[in-house]
Structure formats: C-alpha cells, structure tokens
Design a binder for this molecule. Structure first.
Ligand SMILES: Cc1cc2nc3c(=O)[nH]c(=O)nc-3n(C[C@H](O)[C@H](O)[C@H](O)COP(=O)(O)OP(=O)(O)OC[C@H]3O[C@@H](n4cnc5c(N)ncnc54)[C@H](O)[C@@H]3O)c2cc1C
Length: 412
C-alpha cells in the first residue's frame, strides 16, 4: 500500500454535499480524497434553479428548521440545519464575491449562473488541498477492522484508496442521465443499515389519459392555486402556481405537494383561492349581465380554463342572467374544491429530489456518522427531503458541514 493512496477520509460523490464537505474537512487539515464517476463536475448544481442554482432559502426558520423538510424522523435534520444556516452559506458566497439575488419566498439565486457556485466549491477544495479523482468509477468498498487507519478500502479504476473514514455523498436517484445512481443506498445495505424506501419527490403528477383528455388542451396554462393532500391529521397545503401539462399537472404547487402525495390519495385544488367565486358570480347576475357565463368567469380565471370548465355542463354555458343561482353555486364550488387522484408521477427522469434514503435512525444527527464505524452519509442520499426553494441545497451544505467538523483527525 503506497502512502499516496492513504487518506484521512475518502468522500464518494463530488456534488453539492461532497464538494462542500471535502473543502471544509481539507481546511481543517485532513488529507481528503474526493471521488466522482461523472466526467462533468457537479452537473446537478449546474442545471439547478433553471441554471442559476437556488442555493438556499432565507425563510428557513432557525427555531424550527425542520418545518421545511420531510423525513420519517422529522427532527433529525434540526441539529445540522441550526449549526450551519443560510446566513453562513451567504457569507461564504460573499467572501468569494458571488453576486446573488432574492426571488419569491426567500429563495436565493446566483445572478450570473450556477457555475459561480461550482467555482466557489472547487476553490474551497483547492484551499483545503483536496485530492480529486474524477472521472473515476468505484468498483467496491471494503471494510476491515484489522487496522483503524486503513479500515476502508475503495477499489477504483485508478487503483485502491484507503482511509479510516468514508463519507457517502452520492445523492439521490433523480436524473440518471447525468450520473445519478443508487450507490449510496447499496453501500448502506452492504453495511446492514436500513433504508427508507426511496420515491421521486418534487415531481410532476400524471393522470390516466382518458381522465385527463378534457384538460390536456390546457397544457402550458398556469395560475395561482391552493393545493392540498392528506387527511385532517396529516393535511399539507401550499399556495403556489399550478401548471397544466399534456399528461397532468406540474408547477411549484404540484412539485411541492408531490413530496407529500402517496399513491391512491386525492389532491384537492382551489383554482381561485384569493376570493369566493359564488358572490362574484351572483353580483354579476344581479347587474342583469347578459354576458355568457364562461366569459364572466374569465374575469376571474384564464379564459381557456373558464371555457374548458364550463363546457362540461349545459347550464354553465348560458348568459349569466339566465343561469340559476344553484348552477352558479355549483360552478363556484367545483372550482374551489376540485378533487382529483393522480395515477402516478413523471418518475426519476423529471423529479428534482428523492424522498426516502438512508434511514436517519441509523445516523447521528450531530455528525452524520452511521452505526458502522467510520462510515458517514450526507446530502440527498439521507432520508431528509427539503421543500422546493433552496432547501435541498441547504441540507446538503448543513449535513456536509456537520460531518466535516466531526471527521476524526489524522489517525495514521
Ligand atoms: C433539475 C433539478 C433542479 C434542482 N434545483 C434545485 C435548486 O434550485 N435548489 C435546491 O436546493 N435543490 C435543487 N435541486 C436538488 C439538488 O440538486 C440536490 O438535492 C442536491 O444536488 C443534492 O446534493 P448531493 O451532494 O447530495 O447530491 P448531488 O449533487 O446529486 O451529487 C452526487 C454526486 O455523486 C456522484 N455519484 C453518484 N453515483 C456515483 C457513483 N456510483 N460513483 C461515484 N460518484 C457517484 C454524482 O456524479 C454526483 O456528482 C434540483 C435538482 C434537479 C434534478
């Protein structure tokens, strides 16, 4: 075994969490090897946030950071998120002179491009003297407790590497075409750690083609809605924009709710959440308006939606002054309480994140260390899933930081 192949820590996966963890650990004085199989660096960061990376969210509540995350163990993420906050990451970007701006609901984006963020992470790695092997495929991970300093051996196509600590930062299953794999889940299982069944999250929802046929023509149409799923005890709702697609629904409202949606469950959508429609329609009728009902409705909703919706009933296609009050009430009610059950999701090809992952009950919330000595998991591979809006990157930074601070010093 050559000294060049022995490190303090080997990190597999050079995405958001792996790059950040490597930089912080390297700057603590650890000898770090960072391995990634992809020929391109941090491709998921590059495509994130429409190419501008929504890298954190100012609305993350420091007293209840877990509020914006899903996990079978909801409080697990609290410790790491409260020790490395959005303000900490913002000051890192400011130190590097990266311009950014705030959008909707506390979301922070790079002004220029996500490449700025990748460059910061690479500079931090360089400052920490991190050794990077990329592209470099990993064939196997082996553990031997004979000698602590080299207990992990990672077999790669550049030869073996050894370290007392191994950090798995290989992310989730979404977007396999840019290098996502189930490597992290396989390593967890290899060492007998439980995995919460993964599923696509922040993902468009689809419907049976025959049920969706009347709405397929609305593809491309967007409007603000209130969307909810779950029964009373576990009801979750979001006020966001909805987007009709050829196969179903997307847009921020649907991406958010998709993380909470379970197969077979219904969605409830209020297509006009800002005001009750019935009094508005009755008021128009009281003015003896002879306008066709779809056109009157189009004062409050996009015309295409008003036309499609009213086409389903003959008594919704008359002049408003000839429409019975009851029919107006039913129309308003149908728009406020649209109940529909998706048949599925667009899957990992279109999902932004994976829900589920390495069971957090197997990990320390302080350090991300697993029950298996010297083995750590950070980022999306862990069963912590953020809302849309920069929360997933913030989890990547926070979990990486907690791990990097905890990694043991030189054991050699
Ligand atoms: C289209 C899209 C847009 C997104 N936009 C945002 C956004 O704006 N804001 C936000 O907060 N989140 C966003 N996300 C989610 C966010 O990108 C991820 O949650 C985040 O990148 C997770 O960080 P990670 O380091 O855990 O994993 P990743 O960043 O995915 O990194 C994992 C790394 O591991 C490598 N790897 C995988 N398997 C292996 C293997 N077998 N061997 C070696 N290396 C391997 C991969 O090549 C990759 O480089 C978006 C996701 C997508 C798909």
């Amino acid at each position: 075994m050559s000294a060049a192949s022995v490190f303090d820590v080997i990190i597999i996966g050079a995405g958001a969490a792996g790059l950040f963890c490597a930089g912080v650990a390297g700057q603590r004085g650890l000898k770090v090897l960072l391995i990634d199989h992809s020929p391109k660096v941090a491709e998921k960061i590059r495509i994130s946030g429409g190419g501008r990376a929504n890298f954190t969210n100012r609305d993350l509540d420091p007293r209840q950071p877990h509020k914006h995350y899903l996990s079978e163990n909801p409080h697990f993420c609290r410790s790491a998120l409260s020790r490395y906050t959005p303000a900490d990451f913002v000051s890192l970007l400011q130190r590097h002179g990266v311009p950014f701006h705030e959008k909707h609901k506390g979301q922070l984006f790079c002004d220029r491009s996500a490449q700025d963020l990748i460059d910061v992470l690479l500079r931090e790695c360089a400052a920490g003297g991190v050794t990077r092997w990329q592209p470099c495929a990993v064939q196997a991970v082996r553990f031997s407790d004979a000698e602590a300093a080299t207990r992990y051996t990672v077999e790669t196509d550049r030869g073996p590497a050894h370290a007392p600590a191994l950090v798995v930062a290989t992310g989730g299953l979404p977007v396999p075409k840019i290098g996502a794999t189930d490597f992290g889940l396989r390593v967890a299982r290899q060492f007998g750690l439980k995995v919460v069944e993964p599923r696509p999250a922040l993902v468009p929802l689809t419907f049976e083609p025959s049920a969706w046929a009347p709405f397929a023509q609305l593809s491309g149409l967007a409007l603000p809605v209130r969307i909810a799923t779950g029964d009373k005890s576990q009801r979750q709702s979001f006020d966001e924009d909805l987007l009709f697609t050829h196969r179903g629904l997307s847009g921020p409202a649907v991406l958010q709710i998709s993380s909470y949606w379970r197969p077979g469950a219904a969605l409830r959508i209020d297509l006009h959440p800002e005001a009750a429609l019935e009094p508005l329609l009755l008021a128009a009728k009281a003015q003896a308006s002879r306008k066709q009902l779809p056109n009157e409705l189009a004062r409050h909703l996009p015309q295409r939606l008003a036309d499609t919706w009213t086409a389903t009933r003959a008594d919704w296609q008359r002049p408003i002054n000839e429409t019975p009050d009851k029919a107006l009430a039913q129309l308003a009610d149908s728009l406020h309480r649209w109940a529909l059950t998706p048949s599925g999701t667009e899957g990992y090809a279109k999902a932004e994140v994976m829900a589920g992952g390495v069971d957090t009950r197997e990990l320390s919330s302080q350090t991300m260390a697993s029950r298996q000595p010297g083995l750590y998991f950070i980022g999306e591979v862990v069963d912590v899933t953020g809302w849309l809006g920069g929360y997933n990157f913030q989890w990547a930074w926070a979990s990486a930081y907690a791990c990097a601070q905890a990694l043991p010093g030189v054991l050699r």
